[in-house]
Design a protein around this ligand. Structure first.
Ligand SMILES: Nc1ncnc2c1ncn2[C@@H]1O[C@H](COP(=O)(O)OP(=O)(O)OP(=O)(O)O)[C@@H](O)[C@H]1O
Length: 206
């Protein structure tokens, strides 16, 4: 079983501590939402937990069935969607899905064609991502996270840019995630995490 443990982690930018002494044990099969006001550190903490930003102090551990993973292999465990993570704009949707699949496989039976269909974007398969609307791009980012085999799914502001239909799609998909995955959300919108029993306020780590 996948587990992420944070021991006394802290992050400092220049002279300002964004958070300190964060102790967490995040276990597969659960979802956790990090909440807090704008600028409180939700995105920074999610990027640390994803292993994509280094901590200033403390230690982060990834383990599977009690066995520690090499930090170089963490990225394989994680699929992350966030407004600040860009898609490759020059590719068509079809090309992007094929490219993505080469380093993060989709779940069994999900071909790029099926994924495009699940994204409600079959009509846009041959359109370059740069011509997608912000809501279409957001659906693609979420889909790459939802449909990959990575056991850790991290969603920062998942319904940003989504219209009502897009938000309904998000709710439907997030509830269909495998019960064994570890889901981490960063949010200020209660509707985005109404299904999530573990809500953690980042202000406690100031
Ligand atoms: N690269 C950086 N250099 C300096 N300061 C940074 C950097 N990235 C983030 N910060 C600061 O860290 C703090 C936390 O930012 P972060 O984006 O994690 O907050 P957030 O809770 O996700 O906010 P929001 O709800 O607005 O998305 C902010 O004060 C921000 O200015």
């Amino acid at each position: 079983m996948m587990q992420i443990v944070a021991e006394q982690i802290g992050k400092k930018y220049r002279k300002e501590w964004i958070f300190r002494r964060v102790d967490l044990t995040l276990t597969a099969g659960n979802s956790y939402t990090f909440v807090g006001p704008n600028g409180s550190g939700k995105s920074t903490l999610l990027q640390l937990l994803a292993g994509s930003l280094p901590a200033t102090e403390g230690q982060l551990l990834y383990s599977v069935a009690g066995k520690l993973l090499d930090p170089d292999d963490w990225f394989r465990q994680v699929s992350m969607a966030a407004p600040y993570l860009e898609l490759v704009e020059e590719l068509t949707l079809d090309e992007l899905l094929r490219f993505h699949q080469t380093f993060k496989p989709f779940k069994a039976g999900l071909t790029p064609e099926v994924v495009a269909d699940r994204l409600l974007l079959s009509h846009a398969r041959h359109k370059e991502i740069k011509y997608f609307s912000s809501g279409m791009k957001q659906r693609v980012k979420l889909g790459l996270a939802f449909f990959s085999t990575a056991p850790v799914v991290i969603l920062d502001e998942p319904t940003a840019n989504l219209d009502r239909q897009g938000a309904a799609w998000y709710h439907q998909q997030v509830r269909q995630l495998s019960p064994d995955c570890l889901l981490l959300i960063g949010s200020n919108v209660p509707d985005e995490y109404d299904f999530c029993p573990n809500v953690l306020d980042v202000m406690q780590w100031k």
